[in-house]
Design a protein around this ligand. Structure first.
Ligand SMILES: Nc1ncnc2c1ncn2[C@@H]1O[C@H](COP(=O)(O)OP(=O)(O)OP(=O)(O)O)[C@@H](O)[C@H]1O
Ligand SMILES: [Mg+2]
Length: 295
């Protein structure tokens, strides 16, 4: 089976995958936020502008792309090109100053000039749970066990029942090979194990989109594989994802769609990831990919 056929099969599986969603989150989603409409089943960013206070130019300037439901977008770009900022704005951790962010044809965030100094977007906590994010640094709560880390948000934010949430947490831990570590404390885990717990913590909220920002960058090489295998499994199961990674072989294997950011702009976009890695169209992309060639 070719890489491309595998991806197509994955997309088909994704279309068949039932969406498990929290009723409360859906209700909040239906009633909250701006009412403008996009035309994407999945996730869409239109003309996004992100500007920090006191900066002479925006970090992200007029960024637009769509990620169809059940597919994977890999975001590439040199250091400082705005990849983390893009993911943080999508997660609602930073306000945007222009453009829109939508999920399933509904706008969840609209740019508001003058919000450069604001801490977060004004999204409701329910809307926030529609998008999950895992960072490079293992940001587990040190004073909670593995199970406590995973169950905290569904219990407190989504107000779901304890028995149901714990049962789901155990299933997720099984899926990432950590069922026997449910009572461990974060400091007792390896980096790879912590990242797998962080993935479970994001997944238990049933995010429409999962954002992964260089989640293996701080890991020893032997632990990279165990985390990337979990992410590949998620892609096969139809989880919509935006992934920032410097692991080019992994990017090649998992991407349906690629964007290359540079200087706050998308300098190349491809819906044929295989072609992008084999024959990038722009000189900038060729130059970027060449920097990984010694690997
Ligand atoms: N809170 C902030 N205030 C001001 N400028 C910021 C802030 N966060 C990031 N920046 C600037 O925004 C630009 C993009 O940063 P960002 O962290 O998004 O880059 P990146 O592509 O993720 O880089 P890397 O590959 O090194 O992680 C950089 O020039 C950075 O200095
Ligand atoms: Mg970054």
């Amino acid at each position: 089976m070719t890489e491309r056929t595998e991806r197509t099969e994955r997309t088909v599986q994704a279309e068949r995958k039932p969406q498990v969603q929290s009723t409360e989150a859906i209700a909040a989603f239906e009633t909250a936020g701006p009412s403008a409409v996009s035309d994407c089943k999945g996730f869409e960013v239109k003309h996004l502008v992100k500007r920090y206070a006191n900066a002479d130019k925006p970090v992200l300037n007029d960024i637009s792309f769509k990620v169809e439901h059940g597919t994977v977008l890999v975001v590439l770009g040199p250091s400082g090109s705005g990849k983390s900022t893009l993911l943080r704005t999508i997660a609602g951790l930073e306000p945007i100053q222009g453009g829109t962010i939508s999920i399933n044809e509904k706008v969840i965030d609209e740019g508001r000039p003058g919000t450069e100094k604001a801490g977060r977007s004004n999204r409701s906590s329910e809307l926030r749970t529609r998008i999950g994010m895992v960072f490079q640094s293992y940001d587990l709560f040190p004073n909670k066990t593995v199970l406590g880390n995973i169950t905290m948000a569904p219990l407190l934010v989504q107000k779901r029942g304890k028995a149901e949430v714990e049962a789901e947490a155990l299933k997720l831990l099984e899926r990432v090979g950590l069922a026997d570590r449910k009572d461990a404390w974060p400091h007792e885990l390896s980096g790879g194990q912590r990242q797998r717990v962080a993935i479970c913590r994001a997944l238990i909220l049933h995010p429409e989109v999962l954002l992964l920002d260089e989640i293996t960058a701080a890991l020893d090489p032997e632990m990279v594989r165990e985390v990337l295998d979990v992410v590949l499994e998620l892609a096969k199961a139809g989880q919509t994802m935006l992934i920032v990674t410097h692991e080019m072989q992994f990017a090649r294997a998992i991407a349906d769609h690629v964007i290359l950011l540079d200087g706050g702009h998308i300098v190349e976009e491809s819906h044929d990831a295989h072609a992008f890695f084999a024959h990038p169209e722009t000189e900038r992309a060729r130059q970027f990919l060449r920097t990984f060639e010694f690997e």
